[in-house]
Design a protein around this ligand. Structure first.
Ligand SMILES: [Ca+2]
Ligand SMILES: [Ca+2]
Length: 362
């Protein structure tokens, strides 16, 4: 289950170039082989030893965050799947939920004109802790005093939003989502504003430009040359091999939503240590599931109809920011590469985390 319902309820609440790279030729939609970096000015190059999959073109920054160089290229963004096809493959979904996916259309050609580095994983609890310790930053859930959300076995959903998690409550924050997390798990209960603070601090500390990815950069990275619903293909039941999703483990804790769970078992009822699953063709882990990932873009459901081909930056006006990829608590329909959901920049939740982009210096 996910708090997808928030999309339809309260808007107020939801409300480096390194020598030796081999970018995609303009016009190509195939994932390029991982380019090999010749060096880095900051961080430690690490193309082999790691807890994550070896990936040439990979660097590790000053807080231990691995980033993978993504080659520029073109892709088809969004989805043009007919509702009839989705009804066939997601038979338990109400018609309205399928109609609500119209902001994924029209499918349109997008060109990413510059290589960039993207976090190989979501930002981890350990990385976020280090950021707080060194920078002195205090996360929004603590400064505003309202706290975050958390898993509480005794929590009974009630009220108009029918929250599946307990909160907001000051007992919950990035440090406590109500379930056990090690430093290797993705940090959650972090806001879009918290992500901005982390990016700003890393930029100042390393003399680089860090930021959240645009929606286009995110989807290009998640697809890694594929045009299917997920990077492994179209079958939701294949997700448990590549992602931490709402699976048999989670189903046992939320029986009311059991019918929407994938049948398989990914081994994790809550968040999983990042990079527990195989990466996509770009070497990125957990683009589907584990934690939702904030993007830099505001949301406009009609944006795709008029967005530019080159490096779309999202609408210039709006109040909510897009998050992508689904989470450990998300149904398969909402784990598709094209799916868009959004929240206010103050939103913090047990399912939402961060993945950062680092620009290649001009
Ligand atoms: Ca799971
Ligand atoms: Ca994710």
């Amino acid at each position: 289950m996910d708090y997808i319902r928030l999309k339809h309820t309260s808007a107020a609440l939801l409300a480096l170039c390194l020598i030796g790279c081999a970018p995609l030729a303009p016009g190509s939609t195939s994932p390029a082989p991982h380019p090999t970096p010749a060096g880095t000015a900051t961080g430690t190059e690490s193309a082999s030893a790691s807890t994550t999959a070896p990936a040439p073109g990979r660097i590790v920054n000053t807080i231990g965050m691995p980033l993978v160089r993504i080659p520029r290229g073109e892709f088809l963004m969004g989805s043009d799947e007919p509702i009839a096809q989705l009804e066939k493959d997601f038979p338990l979904m109400e018609r309205q939920r399928l109609e609500d996916l119209r902001d994924e259309a029209p499918m349109h050609r997008v060109r990413i004109t510059r290589d960039f580095y993207l976090g190989q994983t979501e930002v981890t609890v350990g990385q976020f802790r280090q950021f707080l310790k060194v920078s002195g930053y205090v996360p929004e859930s603590i400064t505003d005093g309202t706290g975050g959300y958390g898993y509480n076995p005794q929590h009974t959903p009630s009220g108009p939003r029918g929250e599946q998690f307990d909160g907001r409550n000051p007992r919950y924050s990035w440090a406590n989502p109500g379930f056990a997390q090690s430093d290797a798990h993705p940090v959650v209960n972090v806001t879009w504003n918290d992500a901005q603070a982390l990016a700003k601090w890393l930029s100042q500390t390393e003399g680089r430009v860090y930021r959240l990815p645009t929606e286009a950069e995110w989807e290009y990275s998640a697809r890694a040359g594929t045009r299917t619903r997920y990077h492994h293909g179209d079958n939701p039941e294949g997700l448990t091999a590549v992602a931490n999703v709402f699976d048999a483990h989670a189903r046992a804790l939320w029986p009311a939503f059991a019918s929407h769970a994938v049948r398989g078992d990914d081994g994790h009822a809550f968040t999983a240590p990042v990079a527990s699953f195989a990466p996509n063709a770009f070497g990125l882990h957990d683009m589907h599931g584990n934690a939702w990932e904030w993007t830099q873009d505001l949301h406009d459901e009609n944006y795709y109809a008029h967005s530019p081909v080159d490096d779309p930056q999202g609408p210039t006006q709006g109040t909510v920011y897009v998050r992508r990829g689904g989470s450990w608590h998300t149904w398969p329909l909402y784990l598709r590469a094209s799916y868009r959901n959004w929240n206010s920049p103050q939103t913090r939740y047990t399912l939402v985390g961060i993945r950062l982009l680092m620009e290649v210096p001009r």
